[in-house]
Every structure is written in structure tokens, then in C-alpha cells.
Ligand binder design. Structure first.
Ligand code: SER
Length: 316
């Protein structure tokens, strides 16, 4: 019998592309997409879809039972910038959705869980360059706190109850299909859209703010590779450091400008600057590279080429 997979938060930036990739790999009928709303019509119309509020334990449980789900990807979350505006909502969604899925998995019906963590688990006291897998984590955002605590619970459920939960600390993810929402790294997506649409961009981070980033194709590959890796090889059950590229707003601007010479940028840092300043500028992901042979493919220039050619198809 083929695996039945539920994706919670399938309408989001990562969830939408993960759904497409998993449907290609396992067959559309085996991938149940779910989200709290039906805004992403491509998703709703392209295969099995259920409306699920990730905060609703019974909705998740009933769906798992109905479809005989054995694997859950929990992609619903409030990100860093939105979390600072709505701290209690971020805590409520990010923590309770995780508990719901872990508790259903503990009951034995779900065999495998994927839950994303983030570079937001780190904070101002963390070493900023080549941040190691095991290091000081004193996050200063609500989002970061939920991810750090979530990591502890994942490891706990694995050790105590044998739940096969796997996780990655995503850096900022850049993609052209679905817009991100409410993150501090979102500028690195917006900048490409604005370069094509308006030829100029006002950046909410300062020009030399270096952050770890990754192109979507690499993020999806990492996610699926980790989920397919043999359990015995996995030494981390909290969340793996994951890295591809690091760049500043100035670097990405220059990469775009070399292809669109008239492109202009201005800098107007807002409250997200403080968040970015508390995060690492680069990540040491050697444990992931060793345990499950993680390798990225996209650098800044190959990403810029892909982003610009895909967005030109959309806008021009
Ligand atoms: N992209 C996320 C954010 O900026 C980090 O995980 O909030």
C-alpha cells in the first residue's frame, strides 16, 4: 500500500511547492493538501484538499483517520515579523499545532512527522559566523522561542515515545511561485518581484545585513532527502542546521543589477532589522552533510537567473 501523506499549511510558501513535489513522487491521490483557507486555488483544484485549522486537534485527527495517513508535514506557522505583532497567536498556532501532530503520532497511527524549525532559534548570544549545530540558543523573537521550544519537544517525543519526527532549521527561503508571508527574510523574495515590476526596491533591512538563505528547490530537496533518510543514520532529533548561501541586501542587489542595469535600491530599515541582527550570518551544517549527505545546488547567481526568468514569465 502506498504511503498517504498529509500536508498541513499546504497553501504557504514552502507547503505549496512541497505538495507539488510530493505529488510528482508519490501520485496526486496519495498527497492530501490542507490549509485553513482556500485562497491557493491551484492547490485546491489540483488534488485532494481539506480545510484544516492546524490548531484543531480533532480536525487533524479525523483527517488522518479518514485518509489512513502515515506521514504528516506540519508547515503551518506564524513567522518572525508577524509573530512580533501577534505574540500570543504565534505561540498558540506554532506550539499547539506541533503538540497535536506529535500526540497523534505518539498514539501510533502516524509513522513519520516533519516539522520545520528555523535560524530564528538562535539569538544575539549565538556565534554569528558558521553557527554550529550545538550552541547557545537564546532567541529574542516569539517565533524563535516557539521554534526552540518545539525542537526540545520533538527530541523529547522521539526519545520518550519513539516518534519518528524529523526537522530542519530553514534559513530564509527564496521562491517565485508562492509569496512568503510575515518573515524577516522576505525582502530577498520581494526584491526580485519589484525589480521586474517597478525597477526599484525599498529594502527594510540595511545593506550589509548578512543572513543565511536558500533557493526553494534546495529547501524542498533537503526536506524530502531528510524524510527519506534511514532512521538509524540520524543523530539529530531536535533539528538539523541547514545551509546553502549567505548574502546581504547589497549582494542580492548587485546580482540583480548585473542583469537589470537600471535597477535601483534604497534602504529603510524597520523593526525587522533588530530581528535580523539577532540571527546568524552563516550556518555550519556539517552534521546534515555527514548524516544524510545533504548538498545544495543553487548559489546567488544561479538563483538570480532562475528567479528573474520565472518572474518575467509571470509579469512581462
Ligand atoms: N524566513 C523566516 C523568517 O524570516 C525564518 O525562518 O521569519
Amino acid at each position: 500500500m502506498s504511503s498517504k501523506i498529509l500536508i498541513i499549511g499546504a497553501g504557504g510558501q514552502i507547503g505549496s511547492e512541497l505538495t507539488t513535489k510530493l505529488r510528482e513522487a508519490h501520485g496526486t491521490e496519495n498527497i492530501i493538501a490542507s490549509d485553513i483557507n482556500t485562497r491557493n486555488l491551484d492547490l485546491v483544484n489540483s488534488g485532494p484538499f481539506e480545510i484544516i485549522d492546524a490548531k484543531n486537534f480533532n480536525a487533524i485527527k479525523d483527517c488522518c483517520k479518514h485518509y489512513n495517513i502515515d506521514t504528516v508535514y506540519l508547515m503551518a506557522a506564524l513567522l518572525s515579523a508577524t509573530g512580533e505583532k501577534y505574540p500570543m497567536e504565534a505561540w498558540d498556532l506554532n506550539m499547539n499545532s506541533l503538540f497535536h501532530v506529535l500526540n497523534i503520532a505518539k498514539g501510533g497511527t502516524i509513522q513519520k512527522v516533519y516539522w520545520p524549525s528555523s535560524i530564528a532559534v538562535f539569538g544575539p548570544t549565538t556565534p554569528r559566523d558558521h553557527t554550529p549545530q550545538h550552541t547557545t540558543c537564546e532567541p529574542t523573537t516569539v517565533y524563535g522561542i516557539t521554534k526552540q521550544v518545539g525542537e526540545r519537544w520533538c527530541e523529547y517525543y522521539h526519545k520518550k515515545y519513539g516518534v519518528d519526527v524529523r526537522s530542519l532549521r530553514y534559513p530564509g527561503i527564496i521562491s517565485h511561485k508562492t509569496m512568503p508571508g510575515g518573515g524577516t527574510t522576505d525582502y530577498a523574495v520581494e526584491i526580485y518581484h519589484e525589480a521586474i515590476k517597478n525597477g526599484k526596491y525599498e529594502c527594510f533591512l540595511s545593506e550589509n545585513t548578512s543572513l543565511p538563505m536558500m533557493f526553494m528547490d534546495d529547501a524542498i530537496k533537503a526536506t524530502i532527502d531528510l524524510m527519506q533518510a534511514p532512521a538509524e543514520g540520524l543523530t539529530i532529533r531536535s533539528s538539523y542546521n541547514l545551509s546553502a548561501i549567505s548574502f546581504t541586501p547589497k549582494d542580492i542587489y548587485e546580482s540583480i543589477k548585473s542583469r537589470i542595469p537600471e535597477f535601483k535600491i534604497t534602504y529603510q530599515p524597520d523593526f525587522r532589522q533588530t530581528i535580523a541582527d539577532s540571527w546568524p550570518s552563516s550556518i555550519d551544517d556539517s552534521v546534515a552533510r555527514q548524516d544524510w549527505k545533504w548538498q545544495h545546488s543553487f548559489d546567488l547567481d544561479t538563483m538570480t537567473d532562475t528567479m528573474l526568468s520565472e518572474l518575467k514569465k509571470k509579469y512581462l
